[in-house]
Design a protein around this ligand. Sequence first.
Ligand code: CDP
Ligand code: CDP
Length: 209
Amino acid sequence: MLIAIDGPAASGKGTLGKRLADHLGFAHLDTGLLYRAVAAVLLNEGIPLSDREAAAQAAENLDVAHLDGPDLRGAAMGEAASVISAYQPVRDALLAFQRQFGSELPGAVLDGRDIGTVVCPNADVKLFITATPEERARRRHLELLRRGEDVAYTSILADIRRRDERDMTRATAPLKAAPDAITLDTTALDADGAFLAALAIVEKKRSKT
Ligand code: CDP
Ligand code: CDP
């Protein structure tokens, strides 16, 4: 079984994806980390994010087995990831790994921006997670504080709005709900509430197959 989760920044995709995967015994891939890791290569080597060829090269050479690092989940990397993720060759280079991950048994959960539309259009369940920009900024603010990054709320809100706009309007694999996705507005839900609502959707689908 394959579960695709898409949605804007800090909507809770990763948290939900991990909870669902743990509960179901499935593999989980936070695909945003792939783009963040590519951006990190450029930033660490002092290469401008506007260098499309270097970005594509970094994506092709990415060591997908070691996707972590203290800076990867920081605010600066999210913004940088959004810039290089608009380059088609970068997306192309990361596609095969994501699709292969989607065939993991007994199941897989992938979260990102284009999972239900491009990476796994045949996913069994497609969820599109939303929340108001203000609520998402509030969540990200708390999350960054926990990580020791004290970024102003207003700056996070501005970053989220800019990133959503860029992700939704780019020519390649823009952020949007697949026609067969179920939208879950989590503005008034905590992480437990979002998990229970999503699990009910997944269980309903499982009982039919
Ligand atoms: O992956 P994405 O950027 O969409 O969001 P996340 O990193 O999973 O979640 C951002 C923060 O919001 C985390 O600290 C979560 O604990 C929190 N949160 C959530 O995930 N879901 C809710 N319904 C409410 C809060
Ligand atoms: O956690 P958050 O939602 O803030 O960001 P993320 O999921 O880690 O993604 C960072 C950036 O990578 C996004 O703003 C997108 O531009 C890009 N991305 C993408 O283009 N396609 C994906 N499947 C996942 C992320």
